[in-house]
Ligand binder design. Structure first.
Ligand code: SF4
Ligand code: SF4
Length: 126
């Protein structure tokens, strides 16, 4: 398992990871393709934001039907062009004070985050 802090956070018991939606890779200049002996064409990420090689036909079918392929865990820091979200594995384990690493949720390529003062802990998750 990668311990790259840019792609995952383990500073509390929630365990957050960046996930990339690979239909967003179609058209990206960092997408490579190769033809397997089976005749299928597979695509992957030159930048190794994710480490998967995906059947291009299946990926294009998802895009044409307006469906998501499904998030793939990032292997390295996502780039601004990537279609990514932060997934929390156990959000119910969030500490009372909330996330202690809000910088992790900053969108790739910059952006800002908001610091909010809270006088009372969050209500328990149901
Ligand atoms: S850089 Fe991002 S959008 Fe481009 S192929 Fe890699 S994961 Fe996909
Ligand atoms: S909730 Fe915050 S501190 Fe906890 S794992 Fe996620 S990003 Fe890290």
């Amino acid at each position: 398992m990668s311990t790259d802090r840019a792609a995952s956070c383990r500073r509390c018991r929630v365990y957050c990871d960046w996930l990339v939606e690979p239909t967003g890779c179609l058209g990206c200049p960092r997408l490579y393709a190769y033809d397997a002996a089976s005749g299928r064409r597979y695509v992957g990420c030159v930048a190794r934001v994710h480490a998967a090689e995906i059947d291009l036909e299946a990926l294009e079918r998802c895009q044409q039907e307006g469906r998501r392929f499904g998030g793939i865990r990032c292997a390295s820091r996502p780039l601004p062009i990537c279609s990514v979200v932060v997934e929390a594995a156990y959000p119910q384990r969030l500490p009372e004070i909330g996330c202690v690493n809000p910088e992790f949720h900053e969108p790739p390529g910059g952006g800002t985050f908001v610091i909010t003062r809270r006088d009372h802990p969050l209500p328990p998750a149901v």
